[in-house]
Design a protein around this ligand. Sequence first.
Ligand code: FMN
Length: 317
Amino acid sequence: MKYYFAPMEGITGYVFRNAFHEYFGPMDKYFTPFVSPTQNGCFTPKEYRDICPENNPIPGVVPQILANNAEYFVQTAKELRQMGYEEINLNLGCPSGTVVSKKKGAGFLSVPWQLDAFLEQIFEQVEGRISIKTRLGMEDPEEFEGLLEIFERYPVAELTIHPRIRTEYYKGTPHRDMFYRVAKRCRLPLCYNGDLWTCKDIDEVVKESKVEALMLGRGLLRHPGLLAEYAGKDWGGTGRVQEFSDRLFEDYTEVMGEHNAMFKMKELWLYLGTYFAASEKEIKPLKKAGDAKEMKQAIRRLLAKSETDRAGVELND
Ligand SMILES: Cc1cc2nc3c(=O)[nH]c(=O)nc-3n(C[C@H](O)[C@H](O)[C@H](O)COP(=O)(O)O)c2cc1C
């Protein structure tokens, strides 16, 4: 089985990927949040910092492109190839209004004939592996029948499916049955993505689909040791989370200053808190922390409490 870290704009940038790799890795692949090429052809400074080889010493990094213009995609893919990336991922899943209205991301799925022409050009002109990350469609999961027919015309290196439609964003339950149906007959290498929160979720998808690759996002942000736990290994417990959190805060501070680093950490702890805090009340001091010292103290207390709560549960078992 292969395991991938999902791309998450604003969260899984290079600082995060590098720290995660050190404390909870390795993952087989780390997809970067998308770069969005324009007619200027070059990356924004922020995009460049995230994908440049100097900031990405870990193996398995796959840059993602959001585009519906074949020329821009090809140009960007060539630059990424020159940087040494062997696989490039195409984003056909982003549900955001501004992206979709430009017929990019999930919006591109609403114009299948244009998507087909785009794929024809990029697969003809780009050397190396192109993978795709897609939703089932814009408004109806059944749209995927036609879309799969298009994808299968090309040598897609791997097709990651997040089995929701655009209008569902990240809410509700993914259409896993649809994914299982596709997995039975799809000729392309497949990867499943969506709502893998627990070992039970992982087990179900693996058993029902026989898929050989899984991509996880929020499940790993919530519980970074989830995959080690699934493999029956010691994942390091709250001590490891403490080290990871400290290191991440230090690295963010170096890159963007303490104020912004605190913002980033609070954002991440919105996810971690759903696993390590027993209630909203426990996470409050962290949310309200006004400086680094207060924030670190709040995290330490929260993790210590989580440790004793868990020990209590084990004793009672
Ligand atoms: C804050 C946030 C940012 C995201 N950014 C991207 C992105 O840049 N590219 C992309 O393909 N998907 C993006 N996604 C979607 C995730 O990669 C993933 O498909 C989604 O979270 C479902 O998987 P999960 O349930 O394992 O988190 C983003 C999701 C969230 C919540």
